[in-house]
Every structure is written in C-alpha cells, then in structure tokens.
Ligand binder design. Structure first.
Ligand code: UDP
Length: 407
C-alpha cells in the first residue's frame, strides 16, 4: 500500500446505521493499535460502485424497514438456496466488472465485510482476480447480535468474527468451518471501550438528580418505534408511585416526539428529561439504572457493557428477532410491545434494588467491551504476522510490529 502501510478495505452498505458504526469502530481500533500502519477505506459498495438498480439498495431498504411485512418477505426470499442462487448469479453478471474496478482502485491488502450482502460477489471477483484462487485475505465481521441472515456466513472467507454464542452456532450450521469462526463480540465505538466514570459524577454532569432511580428510553438512531406512547406510559406509571424517579427520553432525530414530550405534564415525583440526538450515549448509559429500546444490536451491546437491564419494545423481523431471546434468556431483560406492560416492568425493576443488581451483573458479565480491539488485533496478525499488545494499545503506546509500515 501507499507510504508502506497496509491498506484495509471495509465493505458495508448504509442499510440501518449499524454497519457504518461498526466500520468506524474498527477503523478507530486499527488507528489506536497500529498507528500509522493501517490505512482504512470504508465503502458503501452497493451505493458507490454498483450499477442501477443495485445502487438503490439503501433506499429500498429504508422503504422496507418501515414496512415490516415487506422486509420479512424480502428476508425470507433470501433464505432459500434456490432463490439465493438465482439472485447471486444475476447480481454477479450485473456487478462483477464494477466491483472489480473498485477493488483495483483501492488495492487492499485485506478486505473486511461488515454487511451480509458484501460477501458473495466481492469474493467471486477476488477469486477471478487471482486467476481462480483468491489472493487477498477476506474476513467477515458480523454486526448482528442474537440472529443473522445466512448470507453473512460465506464459507470461503479466511475468518468470520461473530458477536455471540448463538451466532457461532448459526455460523457452524450454515456450513462455516469451526476454525474460521472467532467469537469476540460486536464492534462498538470507543466511548464504551475504557473505564466508565462514576455514576454520580455522570448524573451531575448530565443535569440529573444524583441518587434518584432513572430509566433511559431511546428511540433508535432515527427515533422511530412508538417512542411517544412508551415515554408517556413510563412517565405516568412512575408518577403513580410514591418514590421519586427520573426518565430520560432520547428522541434521536425525531423532533416531533421531542416537542410533544416537552409539552407534556408529569407528576411532581417524576423528573422528565427530553433530549434529541445525543452523541455521548456512553455517558447517558452510565448515568441511569435501566433502558427501554427497540432490539437494535448496537444499543443492546452498549447497554450490556454499562450493566443496564434492558426492556425491549420492538424488533425488526429477521435480523433483530433473535435479539429478543438473547436478552430475555440471558436474564438481563424483558420484551413487550405494549406501552402499559413496558411501564409496569420498568417501575417494578426500579423499585427492586436486588433485582436491578442481579440483572445488571448478568448484563455486564455477558458483555464484551474489548471486542473491537480483539477483532482488530486478529486482523493485524493476519497482516503483520503478530498480534497487537492490547494493553499497550489502550495506553496509546505504538504496538506496530517491527518493520511494519516502515518499508
Ligand atoms: N444512538 C446515539 N444517539 C442517539 C440515538 C441512538 O448515539 O440519540 C446510537 C445508539 O447508541 C446505537 C445506535 O445509535 O449505537 C443505534 O444502533 P442499533 O444497532 O441499536 O440500531 P440501528 O439504528 O442500527 O438499527
């Protein structure tokens, strides 16, 4: 690669926010563990390099994600070997040349896919480029959590990084050889990697009343999913109790709900804090006692790291369905779509210190805060022949193997 450093190409597509977030987390960990030695390109392969109609995939996804039955049909369609085969052939014919030009342009030393639809065609292209055998290493980092589409698990990768035991089993069932499956966790952004500030300090910093039991309600990156009804229900239910409590509602980019909640009136023992999109989720999660969220993998993994009991309020059919048993069977959360049940559950949790503590420690024990470092260290080993010193990396000390990046 240029300047003597190694080039890593991360293939993703902006279907939901999670793939780009994971790609950026990996880039941040590469920069920390191998400063100056790895150049990372993050590319929305379909939008940037595929011809029409494949370059409209993100828009199509956004349409389908708002219409769960349509998304479910699409998801199921892709599960059948025959339909998948046909789609793969058609896609390969249409996109092969475009993807080949892209790969020749980026000249990667290693390719990482963080998207279920960035395996099949790129791997075919890379085989062709190598005259039948792929020469450039290729790994997959799965960014779902408790369930995943079978297209994630291409057999001809060098390694497949999975976030959970459930997905390690699924990867095996999809025919991936066990020695290629590596279980480190979901890549999460840097705010969640290190030590957490004391809860009381965070509460003060964020303008919360210290020592008062607090529930965080988040509406996902774009603030969808019945947020208004849930926040209303939780606020009013907690108002019926004697205890003083707090509710933080993070509306994301949903300004309508934000404005409406700001106008709401609540019992005097409930302190409502309404926020728009927050960029310091690591601090908010460190300042509260439990969370209500839809079953997004990123939010669940982050909440687990902060030891938060998780009340799931919705899931997207397909990839998010498995996140529900992941949380409930893990003993650190519950699921209901009904705002009244959500409110009852949260109020019960906040009244019961022993239960909160038990669920909190189960969440924390199952969490994997070092996942991003471990994945990048494994990839670094593939590039340089030795693993990064994770402790040195965290202290900001260069861990670049001798000779790497200097040639
Ligand atoms: N998030 C955030 N600020 C907000 C709302 C959400 O940083 O105001 C983050 C949240 O912490 C998580 C991500 O957005 O990292 C949502 O990812 P998830 O996988 O849960 O769901 P997605 O939106 O990708 O389906």
């Amino acid at each position: 690669g240029s300047g003597g450093s190694k080039r890593v190409l991360i293939l993703m597509s902006d279907t939901g926010g999670g793939h780009r977030a994971s790609a950026q987390a990996l880039k941040a960990a590469f920069d920390e563990l191998y400063p100056g030695a790895i150049d990372v390109d993050i590319v929305d392969l379909w939008t940037t390099h595929a011809p029409w109609p494949f370059n409209k995939f993100v828009e199509a996804y956004q349409y389908m994600a708002k219409r769960p039955p349509i998304w479910k049909a699409f998801w199921e369609y892709g599960r059948f070997p025959l339909t998948r085969r046909i789609t793969n052939e058609v896609t390969n014919i249409q996109c092969h040349g475009h993807f080949r030009s892209a790969l020749e342009e980026y000249e990667p030393d290693l390719v990482v896919s963080v998207h279920p639809l960035c395996q099949e065609v790129p791997i075919r292209v890379m085989k062709k480029m190598g005259g039948g055998a792929r020469e450039i290493p290729f790994v997959t980092v799965v960014t779902d959590l408790g369930g995943a589409h079978p297209t994630w698990f291409h057999r001809d990768v060098d390694a497949c990084f999975v976030p959970s035991d459930r997905l390690a089993v699924l990867a095996r069932n999809c025919g991936l050889s066990p020695d290629k499956i590596r279980l480190h966790g979901l890549p999460i952004r840097p705010g969640f990697w290190g030590e957490q500030s004391a809860k009381a300090d965070l509460q003060e910093k964020l303008g919360l009343k210290p020592g008062v039991k607090t529930c965080l309600v988040v509406g996902g990156g774009d603030g969808v999913g019945g947020l208004q009804g849930i926040a209303d229900s939780v606020g009013h239910k907690l108002g019926e109790e004697k205890a003083e409590t707090q509710v933080v509602v993070v509306c994301g980019t949903n300004n309508e709900v934000k404005t409406s909640l700001e106008k709401g009136s609540w019992a005097s023992n409930v302190h409502m804090h309404v926020k728009g999109f927050v960029s310091n989720m690591d601090e908010w999660m460190g300042a509260v006692d439990c969370i209500v969220t839809k079953a997004g993998p990123g939010t669940i993994a982050e909440a687990m790291i902060r030891g938060l009991p998780i009340m799931l309020s919705a899931f997207l059919p397909g990839q998010e369905a498995g996140n529900v048993p992941f949380v409930t069977e893990g003993g650190f959360g519950s699921f209901s779509k009904d705002p009244a049940k959500i409110a009852d559950t949260v109020s019960r949790w906040l009244r019961d210190d022993a239960l909160l503590a038990e669920m909190s420690s189960k969440a924390r024990e199952a969490s994997r805060p070092q996942a991003t470092y471990k994945i990048c260290s494994d990839i670094g080993e593939m590039l340089f022949g030795s693993k990064a010193d994770l402790d040195a990396g965290r202290r900001g000390v260069s861990t670049v193997p001798a000779g790497a990046g200097l040639s």
